[in-house]
Design a protein around this ligand. Structure first.
Ligand SMILES: C[S@@+](CC[C@H](N)C(=O)[O-])C[C@H]1O[C@@H](n2cnc3c(N)ncnc32)[C@H](O)[C@@H]1O
Length: 270
């Protein structure tokens, strides 16, 4: 199977997504999603931003590579009676099922950044967006001191080196790379805006228990623990991540977790 798909079908990302709902809703509010807008939410997971987009009256298509997340998203939409939202499987690097100029807004929050072939991703997002429309991406930033970049940095020290030719998803958090990809897709540089923003992970459990959700349900962290286990270093990895999660918790209460993480918010006018 496509390793990108296998990574995200592993475990159960919905368990992590539960801790992302409030910030997801606030981000959709900041993006400015309005009634009647045709929206593509790419790498949508189980709908952390797609449901808030649909609740605001947009016509939303969620596309994700992971079949279990597509199914979970369709269930959430049905449970909420959102007839203006549906989810289907697709690959952000090759949106063959989608026509040119189909959407007013393409949103991808920590989603399309994980697809292979980033130049193709920019080209595809651009192709399906109508002239006058917008693309909004949220991408983690390499080397950033906050949670997600640090989880990936720590995990990589316990994991085998990536295959030759692998382009790190984190390069989507580097302004020069973002500009190179969208200009290659035909966008002029003055129509690309990049600004740091903050997303808060919230869970009604201690930071240590919250870390076990990543270890047990989040594909990339599960892989890091599997690699560490084979080298007898799983306890060391847990201890390093535990120190990170506890140091970054802002609740002041040992039994609840709120950890802010900085990301690069990119807005492209098509
Ligand atoms: C960190 S999750 C974020 C999900 C969602 N946007 C959210 O904020 O909760 C990354 C998502 O990107 C999806 N993804 C990874 N590679 C993809 C690809 N090539 N095409 C479409 N989706 C992809 C994964 O399946 C996963 O749902």
């Amino acid at each position: 199977m496509n390793p990108n798909q296998a990574l995200w079908e592993k475990g159960d990302f919905t368990r992590i997504a539960e801790s992302m709902r409030t910030s997801g809703d606030e981000l959709v509010e900041r993006i400015g999603v309005t009634e009647g807008l045709d929206v593509l939410d790419l790498g949508c997971g189980d709908g952390t931003t797609a449901l808030p987009e649909a609740r605001r009256g947009a016509n939303v298509l969620g596309v994700d590579i992971a079949r279990n997340l597509v199914e979970a998203g369709n269930k959430r939409a049905a449970d909420e009676g959102l007839t203006n939202l549906r989810f289907q499987q697709g690959d952000a690097s090759d949106l063959t099922d989608l026509a040119d100029d189909q959407f007013d807004l393409v949103v991808s929050i920590f989603g399309a950044m994980f697809a292979p072939r980033p130049f193709d991703v920019a080209k595809e997002m651009m192709r399906v967006t109508r002239p006058g429309g917008r693309i909004v991406m949220g991408n983690w930033i390499p080397g950033d001191p906050t949670l997600v970049a640090q989880i990936l940095r720590i995990s990589s020290a316990y994991s085998p080196p990536p295959p030759e030719g692998f382009v790190s998803p984190m390069t989507w958090g580097v302004v020069d790379d973002v500009v190179a990809r969208f200009t290659a897709a035909g966008i002029s540089e003055e129509n690309i805006r990049c600004e740091p923003d903050t997303f808060v992970f919230e869970a009604p459990v201690s930071p240590t228990e919250y870390l076990t959700w990543f270890r047990d349900y989040y594909g990339p962290t599960m892989n890091a623990f599997e690699a560490a286990e084979t080298n007898g270093r799983a306890d060391e990895l847990f201890a390093e991540l535990d120190a990170l999660f506890n140091a970054q918790n802002t609740t002041g209460d040992a039994n609840t977790t709120a950890i802010p993480a900085t990301f690069l918010c990119i807005e492209v006018n098509v």
